[in-house]
Ligand binder design. Structure first.
Ligand SMILES: *Cc1c(COP(=O)(O)O)cnc(C)c1O
Length: 371
């Protein structure tokens, strides 16, 4: 192995702005659990056939008490990720050929999950640039036209960080008696989100994206009425969930999810500060000539910028777009995708205000240096 390909990461001490990573950074407790439970089926020492009922480590308490309370649902389970949670709901509620209405800002995994379940996907278009807003009232004509078996809303979406009116869609779901899946991959574990208050039937979260957990991990909450459908058991093995192929996270990842939970539960109370930080950062970058896409004022740490000035620079230098990556790396800033300059997405979630001020100054310096 060369230095570059060795099993080492080179940017542990960087300011991390990568949207995929900022909410999944482990707590110290999770790092300890990671090693303690690193051996294969480590959480299964005292399993009596149902993973979610193991009391040592305290999985049962986490799944049957802490999680439902946190998610605002009746029943919860653990999955390998948000995508697996979406798939298991689609697969158990619907049959091939059935329809689902989703927002046009949906994640690719929503589409792939629906494909795997053989569903017909109908998309509610967004408003286009610059806000790419999803008006949930636009679900109504599509529900009336297609009579879908379910609908899904991405809250927020993974491109623009827009938070559509999930509660209004809850009213629509009720009025049309259509099961409603809320995809909270970027919200559950970052901000307070309560399935019951929003009127959803299902809530999906991602442990490694937003709950300070190792990957792959996810959570799924639901109303009691769906338990017997989504969490139905095998005919031959009555303790085993069919949709989970018997059981789910069987080792160290489960331990990290539980270890970080007290911290995650507390951090959502500070969401206001996160939003203020994101808005301040966005307005400072706009002063440099970048344009923030998506909802304004912004209400999430995931922010999409168009940056024509950086793109112009990239056209005139030999290394093209990679100059930005190199310049940021030299300043120990990790975030925008290497090579991209025309537009980029960053997340302010894990960085302090001081660190973000340094990022803003760095962008200023880079523009001045080449501009
Ligand atoms: C990241 C993301 C997912 C996928 O999450 P996994 O837990 O990795 O499956 C799904 N939906 C949205 C909106 C996302 O941003």
């Amino acid at each position: 192995m060369t230095k570059e390909t060795a099993l080492k990461r080179t940017h542990h001490d960087f300011i991390n702005l990568m949207p995929l990573q900022t909410g999944g950074i482990l707590t110290d407790a999770a790092k300890e659990a990671l090693v303690e439970f690193g051996d294969g089926y480590s959480v299964c020492d005292f399993c009596q056939g149902v993973l979610c009922q193991i009391t040592n480590p305290p999985i049962a308490d986490f799944v049957s008490k802490s999680l439902p309370e946190f998610l605002g649902c009746d029943v919860a389970t653990i999955t390998y990720g948000a995508r697996d949670a979406k798939f298991m709901v689609m697969h158990s509620l619907m049959k091939p050929g059935d329809s689902i209405v989703v927002d046009g800002n949906r994640h690719y995994s929503t589409i792939v999950a629906a494909e795997r379940a053989g569903l017909n996907v109908i998309e509610v278009p967004n408003s286009g640039p610059p806000e790419f807003w999803i008006d949930v009232n636009k679900y109504i004509p599509l529900i009336e036209q297609h009579k879908p078996e379910a609908m899904l809303l991405t809250y927020p979406d993974g491109n623009y960080g827009n938070l559509p009116d999930a509660k209004r869609l809850g009213e629509i779901a009720k009025e049309y008696d259509t099961p409603y899946i809320l995809n909270g991959a970027y919200s559950v574990g970052r901000l307070p989100v309560n399935m019951d208050e929003l009127g959803a039937d299902f809530i999906v979260g991602s442990g490694h994206k937003s709950m300070a957990s190792a990957a792959p991990s996810g959570v799924l909450g639901m109303r009691k009425k769906w338990e017997n459908i989504v969490l139905r058991k095998s005919a031959k093995y009555p303790k085993k969930d069919i949709e989970l192929i018997g059981c789910t996270l069987r080792g160290t990842v489960m331990a990290t999810l539980i270890a970080s939970f007290p911290y995650v539960k507390e951090r959502v109370n500070h969401w206001d500060e996160q939003v203020q930080k994101a808005q301040w950062f966005s307005s400072e970058l706009e002063k440099l000539g970048f344009q923030q896409m998506g909802e304004k004022p912004h209400r999430h740490d995931l922010i999409y910028f168009e940056s024509p000035s950086l793109y112009d620079i990239s056209k005139h230098i030999r290394e093209r777009g990679y100059f930005l990556y190199r310049e940021l790396k030299g300043r120990k800033i990790w975030g925008p995708q290497p090579g991209l300059t025309k537009h980029f997405k960053i997340s302010t979630f894990a960085a302090s205000r001081d660190e973000l001020a340094f990022v803003i100054d760095s962008f200023k310096d880079i523009i001045n240096k080449y501009g």
